[in-house]
Ligand binder design. Structure first.
Ligand code: ZN
Length: 289
């Protein structure tokens, strides 16, 4: 059969850590869900009947804090309505300056107890260790509820030991959907962490199937071409399908990508020479004839 050549332009999406990345315009892409951030890293604002929830908080930089403040204003939302910040995991590019928002608005900050401890001691974190306190925790199976909106948390360790992934309802033009946010993107280096990551992809797949997830969002838009799809949405008219609604089957394929990435990384690691192991013994010398 003749191979059909794609007419679409392939877009290389790579993280640009350390580079100054222009903010993407704050964009509402479901009836109650908006993105604020850059193609590198962002956060999501979920509107409920009793206030706003922020999912993740970008980098602990003043410019990122200001981006969130401006993003909320651009979306027509009030900073003072912020009631909670739910953090996926204890890396700086996810907990950001959540403390500043808490001081300003009195909102709660929630993350897992395990990652709170991890973030306080993670000297490998580019942005340093977490230096402020968290008093509210959310764990596997917990449901955070505000204004009738329920966000379910699931422990998905691997990327970090206490990483959480979230499932929550959204609607598009009034039609109900179920969104999933896989908390930790990158496959970890250590083999034991990879095993945890792999297990977590399978565990979360069970949960997303159970709740019928058909929408995926990522705090790192370079992973899922998030900002490309948001750009489409900024021009979309009523009735045209929302590119974030994948459908249940395609959602499973998206999710499977993380399982496959992890399996590939494990296979590569198993095939690599481990520098910590002693060198293999020399081949036996052939007895002289
Ligand atoms: Zn991370």
């Amino acid at each position: 059969m003749r191979q059909i050549k794609s007419w679409r332009t392939p877009t290389p999406h790579r993280p640009l850590f350390g580079a100054a990345v222009e903010p993407f315009p704050a964009t509402r892409f479901f009836d109650q869900l908006s993105f604020i951030g850059t193609p590198n890293v962002g956060c999501f604002v979920l509107e409920t009947a009793e206030g706003l929830i922020l999912l993740d908080c970008m980098e602990p930089l003043d410019e990122h804090r200001d981006m969130i403040v401006k993003g909320l204003a651009d979306l027509g939302l009030e900073l003072s309505d912020l009631k909670a910040i739910l953090i996926t995991h204890g890396h700086g590019d996810h907990y950001g300056r959540a403390d500043w928002f808490r001081e300003r608005t009195g909102c709660k900050i929630l993350m897992s107890r395990t990652d709170y401890a991890f973030a306080q001691h993670d000297t490998r974190n580019r942005t340093g260790v977490l230096q402020w306190e968290i008093h509210d925790f959310i764990e596997d199976g917990d449901v955070f509820c505000l204004g009738g909106t329920e966000i379910r948390a699931f422990a998905t360790p691997g990327h970090t030991p206490g990483c959480l992934s979230y499932i929550f309802p959204v609607s598009d033009e009034g039609r109900p959907h179920m969104a999933a946010m896989w908390g930790g993107t990158g496959v970890p280096y250590k083999l034991s962490d990879k095993v945890d990551y792999l297990r977590s992809t399978l565990y979360f797949a069970d949960q997303t199937a159970r709740y019928g997830c058909d929408v995926e969002i990522s705090a790192h838009p370079f992973v899922d071409r998030g900002t490309d799809r948001l750009a489409v949405l900024r021009e979309i008219s009523d009735g045209v399908p929302n590119p974030f609604v994948l459908g249940r089957e395609s959602y499973k394929r998206y999710e499977r990508m993380f399982t496959d990435l992890c399996l590939e990384a494990m296979a590569a690691q198993a095939g690599a020479v481990d520098p910590l192991l002693p060198p293999p013994p020399p081949p036996p010398t052939r007895p002289k004839a």
